[in-house]
Ligand binder design. Structure first.
Ligand code: OVM
Length: 404
């Protein structure tokens, strides 16, 4: 472990010199995660001049202490108090209580278990239809033919978005999640296409653009009741369009990749579909689709004996915490039977993923439809990683299936 003095505070602090957003590390982050966890409870990331956390205990505690680790200075590397954000800050993600809570409670109601239950039948029907076609094909790309196709239909449909041009949703998610990172090539490429894509997205956050029976219209119902303003309702629709598509695409993609790469795990799932929900939890632990988020300290704070100053950025490695051997037995093993509950793949605390029930439903119906129709699921080539400054996922997963 490398140790260097802090900025005049006097105590020693663990240091790591690597760039966590280096493309090679993004493609395979796990060796770096181990370095980070072993270095200490919080580590000075010299490359950017900010703090990183890879252990479960500290990441979990940080997520649950919004008073000390705020979101209103942005949850990416950029400090909103010093730099102008690339878009109007989210009224959910990039706000702290008490401001945050009004928006959150509207969103919690719109995405409640009762609301989500009503979506199940349509989701199942489409999953079965899609899987039927793919089984007939035999060989396909588990990302472009399934992990992208499914969320891109069912989620915008549930929201009440008109059909057509939905590729913009994938592009916007990719941009927004790249924008949390440093100004590397991924960031620059995303910003180059941002104006065109953001224009399309923003136009769809309007009440008039949403069908009267969808989740979007329900959000505007809160504006009618005076609970939020019309502008805030549009901003919440934007939150759904930002956070609701790429995340589930990558979650389903990671599940399919792990299952195809571990045939005994696929066989166990196929033979006992009651494992489907847990298999998805294990996916979120094993290959967390959202790898990182930042917080900013509101006061000086001691973390495991390391002194952290006020107004400093802290990068939480959710994906590293989810493989911390201090928390998980055989942490690097993909095991759909383990107790994966309690992972921080959906975050934790006041900002914990508000859409997690719908994400789980999407994954569940896709995996269940596969278990009904597919006997073997195998890779026919190496999957291609999809690099993003925040998300972990796959651009292509070539697979072959045999029918049950
Ligand atoms: C938002 C939002 C919420 C969660 C994640 C996220 C881009 C965005 O409110 O826009 O990632």
């Amino acid at each position: 472990m490398q140790v260097s003095p802090t900025n005049g505070i006097g105590a020693d602090r663990p240091v790591n010199a690597q760039d966590p957003f280096d493309l090679e590390i993004l493609a395979n982050p796990y060796a770096f995660h181990e370095e980070l966890r072993e270095a200490g409870p919080i580590v000075w990331l010299e490359h950017y001049g900010l703090w990183g956390m890879g252990r479960f205990e500290e990441v979990h505690a940080t997520l649950n202490d919004w008073q000390t680790f705020c979101s209103s200075a942005g949850v990416g590397i950029s400090d909103f108090r010093k730099e102008k954000p690339w878009r109007e800050p989210s009224i959910l993600l990039e706000k702290d209580p008490p401001e945050h809570d009004r928006a959150r409670s509207a969103m919690t109601k719109v995405l409640s278990p009762v609301a989500i239950r009503k979506l199940r039948a349509d989701f199942e029907a489409f999953a079965e239809e899609l899987v039927e076609q793919l089984v007939a094909k035999g060989e396909f790309d588990a990302v472009t033919d399934l992990a992208e196709v499914f969320p891109l239909k069912v989620f915008p449909d549930a929201l009440g978005l008109e059909s057509g041009e939905r590729d913009y949703l994938l592009r916007y998610g990719n941009i927004a999640f790249n924008a949390f990172g440093p100004r590397n090539s991924l960031f620059e490429e995303s910003m180059a296409e941002m104006p065109e894509v953001a224009k399309w997205i923003n136009a769809r956050c309007d009440r008039a653009k949403l069908s009267p029976d969808g989740l979007g219209a329900e959000i505007f119902g809160f504006a009618d009741e005076g609970k939020i303003t019309e502008h805030e309702a549009g901003m919440l629709v934007r939150s759904l369009l930002t956070a609701g598509v790429d995340t589930t695409v990558n979650g389903i993609g990671c599940a399919l990749r792990s299952l195809a790469a571990h045939p005994e795990q696929w066989a166990a799932l196929r033979d006992d579909p009651t494992l489907v929900r847990n298999a998805f939890e294990e996916t979120l632990r094993y290959d967390s689709p959202v790898q990182t988020f930042f917080r900013t300290t509101t006061r000086p704070v001691d973390i495991g004996g390391v002194q952290v100053g006020e107004g400093e950025k802290v990068l939480m490695f959710l994906g590293a915490a989810n493989r911390d051997p201090r928390k998980w037995e055989n942490a690097d093993q993909f095991d759909i039977r383990r107790k994966a509950a309690g992972h921080v793949g959906f975050g934790s605390g006041v900002h914990g993923c508000v859409g997690q029930m719908i994400a789980r439903l999407e994954a569940e119906v896709v995996l269940k439809a596969l278990t009904k129709r597919v006997h073997t699921l195998e890779l026919t080539g190496e999957p291609t990683p999809k690099l993003n400054n925040t998300l972990r996922g796959w651009a292509h997963i070539p697979v072959r299936v045999t029918a049950k």
